[in-house]
Design a binder for this molecule. Sequence first.
Ligand SMILES: [Zn+2]
Length: 314
Amino acid sequence: MSNNKPMPVPTEISAPFWEGLKAERVLIQQCNPCGQWVFYPRRHCPVCLAHDLSWREVSGEATLYSFTVTRIPTLPDFADEMPQMLAVVELDQGVRMNTNLVGLEASEVSIGMRLRPVFAEVDAQGNRLLRFTGVDKDAAGLRQRPGVEQPAPVEPARAAVRQIALSDDAALQGLVSETFSPWSNQVIVDQALIDAFAQLSGDDYWIHTDPERARKQSPFGGTIAHGALVQILQSRMQLNLGYEITGFSNMVNYGSDRLRFPSPVPAGATIHARARVKKVEKVKSGTQLTLELNTHVLGNERPSVINELVILYM
Ligand SMILES: [Zn+2]
């Protein structure tokens, strides 16, 4: 694929939209006084002219408003995308966007059809463009850049997974180790994600949400992620622990024995995680496995989150 395709240049007003896409979220503005949804990004509401707009996350579900199939590239750099389905879609909030449809044959496309968002990766820096596909299509499978070698870490890793029966006490005790697993995949903690968490949790303290003030006043020289946000991002970390426990009827997250936030995660940082089995013990209701899961900023010796997760197998 050519790397010379024109790319959107985020402005002060539109940056939250592009940051949202990087985090695979659709953020659009809504007018606080009158409730009007607004897209493209603006300083004021086009209906009541108020300068009081908030960015809100929406599902990205949409209806096809209009489309055309183009077979002649608008620029030579787009030759690899021909034929291209240029479209105008209407989000469920009523705003319309110019975009293109992916993963659909022309015969499958009709005006009024329901669409879902595709967070299409367009460069190695994690920039994404918002495209759309049919609601019955695999939107996740359409995200990757065509022509880019996809890493296939899952298959070889799976081959190395040891299956351990819940009834095999000796093998379970053998999992306990001082050595951590290899690092997980990496996740970017950007300001859009931090802002969304601030909105969700109600913790909108300036040290998380006000980059300008944080630059001047924070000991960290900028905004930092909430510890709780970094903690829950462990759900996005694919860990290769090298084992799989079998023969249980139920597995529950029993909470955490210990949770610490030893060092901050600055906005924009990339994090990854690793884990080790700290303890396995029989309890009345089953077998409890304590997994020490540590999340680090890439390159940092000191973890940002230490979480000793207790998993109960029954
Ligand atoms: Zn308004």
